[in-house]
Ligand binder design. Sequence first.
Ligand code: GRF
Length: 214
Amino acid sequence: MKSIVVLISGRGSNMQALFDAMLPCTIVAVISNRADAAGLAIAKARGIPTAVVNHRDYPDRGSFDTALSKMIDNFHPDFVALAGFMRILTANFVSHYHGRLVNIHPSLLPAYSGLETHARALRDGVKIHGCTVHFVTPDLDHGPIIIQAAVPVMQDDTVQSLSDRVLRAEHQIYPQAIRWLCTNLIELTDKGKVLLKCQNQLRSVLISPDLEQS
Ligand code: GRF
């Protein structure tokens, strides 16, 4: 069975969605760069080993990333899942985990990479927003896309209501992406494209929840 390490910085709801999904893999550890990340307590309560590598203990990104990868590699994971991990990772770190490092981002990439995705989507008046699971490359939020979910943007949405709707979709697609990875249904081509080796790919690649009743 494949194994994964999950990296978090905060509340850990995506991490929890991975726990709850009964995935065909073992979550061997949860690692945070913040000792006060609420998700750590959730992981501990599930009996999952946790560790903290505090970025403030290191003089620069390079030395933090070296310490982080040392900690990750102690657990020998097949894959590393970023789940609300709020640090930009160096190219060295990313290439060390080439094809094994995935992230969930709260927008339909390549639109709205970076921070404050929901506020920016609302400001632009887009009608469709969503979330993306992708392989991580040195180009921030621009790695090969594994799965996306689209959600509607309502006229009376606030940042909170929109982020809640997107988060519900995140909790569907992240477990799906990890399931595909752990069952060898995902192939990352040399050209940086993701191939999904299953029959119903059209149905599963895009999840479009029904419009909510107003
Ligand atoms: C999620 O919206 C995720 O897409 C983004 O940070 C947030 C983390 O939330 N990268 P949680 O810690 O998983 O609840």
